[in-house]
Design a protein around this ligand. Structure first.
Ligand code: PLP
Length: 401
């Protein structure tokens, strides 16, 4: 049965790519943008750009109001207690680095940081490097056969030296929702801080950070149908108070002399220099667009399309799915076929999917793979995209096998 996206026409990028013969199935890497976001981006520049939080003049005041409105929208989107719990960074990756530097003073040699085997490099390398700087131990939670963190092992590995647990909510490779509640509870029982990588999770459904109960939650604007160059870091107020300042410059300070300074609290104390003003304002427009959609209709559309993707892959001989994806994406390999060769033939047929290690090299290594193909869906995709993908896949496999 054909599945149409009622929102496709709202995304000029997907229409432009289609007109060029490109089928875009790489939204987990970055999503196409709604017209409302493009209008907001242009509107800010065309209406007169101004810096935020410093100018007394009208354009400056207007820009500051719009910028802060996005902070309030994000707080509402995540059900944070207050807008001041949202820090804008220049990407999810920068948010992890902020935490790894900002919390460095909380660790002593021998302390443990616990991650899982499927973390994106953004939620691995900042901690790995912190562990190397401070002689900490990085503990890696293993996965079960469906690609979820094994709770029995986790209970054994999250011990009294655990000072921080940081986990992906939804894997960008395996597409499974992690059992965060019991895992965060294990860490909290040891008095550890908890971080959730919501870069993929925040895009699908609505998540309530207070119910989740994590100390920090990280997301990425460009995956959430917003512009690139913006990340979000939510922190519980008490957790934010533990952060040491890490980037220094304009607007993050209360007072300075040549030889010493006093800094602002979060959020502004962690937003040194001119932020990505236009992008933050435009992210607000993306959120307003998303908030205006029927959330149930979006979830149903995503689920139906995902089921079609999975059944199409499962029907093809020799295609092996990684993990047990639950939403929005599926990664796979084909017996006897190199993923780079397959990716090349798909690209030649105008199919935009991702191939390689997906910024999770240790995960792929642990699965004995050098790479995999990932198909990922946005709310603008429909079944005609999947049909074109499967036709191209069949042709490519006929050539390669
Ligand atoms: N975490 C996950 C699970 C991701 O998928 C990504 C991006 O692919 C990131 C973190 C990093 O996001 P960004 O590249 O926007 O900083």
């Amino acid at each position: 049965m054909p599945i149409h996206s009622p929102w496709r026409a709202d995304f000029p990028g997907i229409l432009a790519l289609a007109a060029e013969g490109q089928t875009y199935l790489d939204s987990a890497a970055t999503a196409q943008k709604p017209q409302a976001m493009l209008d907001a981006l242009l509107g800010y520049y065309a209406g007169g750009a101004a810096n935020v939080h410093r100018a007394q003049h009208l354009p400056g005041e207007r820009a500051t109001r719009a910028f802060e409105a996005t902070r309030a929208s994000l707080a509402a989107w995540l059900n944070a207690a207050e807008p001041s719990q949202i820090i804008f960074t220049r990407g999810a990756t920068e948010a992890f680095n902020l935490l790894a530097y900002g919390l460095e003073h909380c660790f002593q040699a021998g302390d443990e940081i616990v991650i899982s085997a499927l973390e994106h490099h953004a939620n691995l390398l900042p901690w790995q490097q912190l562990a190397l700087r401070r002689q900490l131990k990085l503990v890696v939670l293993p996965l079960d056969n469906s690609g979820l963190i094994d709770l029995e092992h986790a209970a054994q590995l999250i011990g009294p030296r655990c000072k921080l647990l940081t986990l992906s909510q939804l894997s960008n490779v395996l597409g499974g929702w992690q059992p965060l509640s019991p895992l965060l509870a294990l860490a909290k029982a040891q008095g550890a801080l908890t971080v959730v990588d919501g870069a993929q999770g925040v895009v699908h459904g609505r998540h309530d950070v207070q119910t989740l109960g994590c100390d920090f939650y990280i997301g990425s604007s460009h995956k959430l149908y917003g512009p690139d160059g913006v990340g979000l870091l939510y922190g519980r107020t008490a957790a934010l108070q533990q952060l040491a300042h890490w980037q220094f410059g304009g607007e993050m300070l209360l007072q300075t002399s040549y030889h010493s300074a006093r800094f602002r609290d979060a959020p502004l104390g962690f937003e040194a220099g001119t932020p990505p003003i236009a992008s933050v304002i435009a992210l607000g427009a993306s959120l307003a667009y998303l908030a205006g959609l029927d959330a149930d209709a979006v979830a149903t559309h995503e689920a139906r399309l995902h089921a079609q993707l999975l059944s199409g892959l499962q029907q093809r001989q020799g295609v092996r799915l990684l993990g047990a994806p639950q939403v929005a994406l599926a990664s796979f390999v084909v017996d006897g076929v190199h993923n780079a060769d397959l990716a090349h033939l798909l690209t030649e047929q105008g199919i935009a999917v991702r191939a390689g290690h997906h910024c999770a090299m240790p995960l792929l290594q642990s699965l004995g793979l050098s790479g995999a193909i990932r198909v990922s869906l946005g709310l603008y995709n429909d079944s005609s995209d999947l049909e074109r993908f499967f036709t191209a896949l069949d042709q490519a496999l006929e050539l390669l096998r």
